[in-house]
Each structure stands twice: as structure tokens, then as C-alpha cells.
Design a protein around this ligand. Structure first.
Ligand SMILES: CC(=O)Oc1ccc(/C=C/C(=O)NCCc2ccccc2)cc1OC(C)=O
Ligand SMILES: [Co+2]
Length: 171
């Protein structure tokens, strides 16, 4: 079922998410609901805190060259830990919890990731390009951090101004 996505400046987004210990049917249903919600909102990544569940769970479904998302590319990442981050890239990021705003953010270029899958089995992957960027963006959510907090001073001022204007127009 579709889950409500909480948006900035909701304070819940600042919570630190807790380690998952029960890899049970309840978690599996939640993962399925996260996927349905992410796809319905045109997202390519979603962290559990964004649907108000403070657990260390994130999902990613990076589009292929044609820009289509395929469920076989879905990654369900639980209790992730980044290893050997390397390099430096700039990429214009967006977030379903900050709708309509896109800003350049600096990230590591490549990294290794250790995590558990929905059955609690230990997994590892090596990421570069958009996958590496998305992993860092989503893991920040598990620490209660949004990409707008990583902006340079001037870009942050630009965001605050635009956000206030957009909020006024909605009223
Ligand atoms: C108006 C609005 O909501 O715009 C959007 C903003 C963000 C998004 C999705 C963002 C997303 O999936 N971010 C995952 C993290 C990530 C950021 C940068 C690069 C890789 C991964 C979708 C939006 O909706 C539409 C229709 O485009
Ligand atoms: Co996000």
C-alpha cells in the first residue's frame, strides 16, 4: 500500500534511524510498501525515515540507459555500512522529501557497501556513478541528514528563498 512521504521541514526527518533486528514478514511487507510508494512518486531512492519509520532501511532502483526502472534492479539495503569511499563528484540531487528542489552536492565517487538483505543475509556491493551517489544520499537520511544541509552557503540561501516562495504559493 502507498505510504505518506514526510517532507521538509518536518522534524521527524532529523531522527537517527535504528538498526533492524527482525527480518520478518512485517519487514517484508514494509519493503514492498516502500517500493510501491517510491515508484508512485517517481523516486529512484527512498529511506524508511521518509515514510516516518526510523529504521536503517533504504531502497534504490536506478534507471537503465533509457531511463526506465526495472524491478530486477531494485536494491533493498538494510543496516548499511560504507567502506573505502574514494574520489569526489558533484551531482544535482533531488529528494522526495524536498519536492521540486534540485541542487549540486559533493559526494564520494566510488565506495564499497556492506549490508543485509530482507532475509538478514550479509551482502556486499561496489558502487560508482549514480548508484554510489544515491547510496550516500540515502544513508545520510538514516543519520537524519537531508541533502540541503550539505549545500554551500550561497546555494543554501538560494534554497531557503525559493522554498519560502513555493510554500507561500501553495497557501
Ligand atoms: C516535484 C517533485 O517532487 O520532483 C521530484 C523531486 C525528486 C524526486 C526523486 C528523487 C529521488 O529519488 N532521490 C533519491 C536520491 C538520489 C538523489 C540524487 C541522485 C540519485 C539519487 C522525484 C520528483 O518527482 C518528479 C515527478 O520528478
Ligand atoms: Co532523499
Amino acid at each position: 500500500m502507498l505510504l505518506p512521504i514526510i517532507t521538509y521541514p518536518n522534524k521527524q526527518l532529523k531522527a537517527r534511524s535504528q538498526t533492524v533486528v527482525n527480518f520478518d514478514e512485517l519487514l517484508h511487507r514494509f519493503l514492498d510498501d516502500m517500493y510501491e510508494t517510491m515508484i508512485a512518486s517517481n523516486g529512484i531512492g527512498l529511506a524508511a525515515i521518509q515514510v516516518a519509520n526510523p529504521i536503517r532501511v533504504l531502497i534504490l532502483c536506478i534507471p537503465d540507459e533509457e531511463g526506465n526502472q526495472h524491478k530486477e534492479n531494485l536494491l533493498e539495503i538494510i543496516n548499511p555500512v560504507i567502506h573505502n569511499p574514494k574520489g569526489n563528484v558533484l551531482y544535482q540531487e533531488g529528494c522526495l522529501s524536498v519536492p521540486g528542489f534540485y541542487e549540486d552536492v559533493e559526494r564520494y565517487e566510488t565506495l564499497s557497501l556492506k549490508y543485509q538483505n530482507r532475509h538478514g543475509e550479509a551482502c556486499e556491493l561496489h558502487a560508482s556513478d549514480l548508484l554510489a551517489i544515491a547510496i550516500q544520499h540515502e544513508i545520510d537520511h538514516l543519520e537524519g541528514k537531508l541533502f540541503i544541509e550539505k549545500l554551500t552557503y550561497n546555494r543554501r540561501k538560494k534554497f531557503e528563498k525559493e522554498y519560502k516562495k513555493a510554500q507561500k504559493e501553495k497557501k
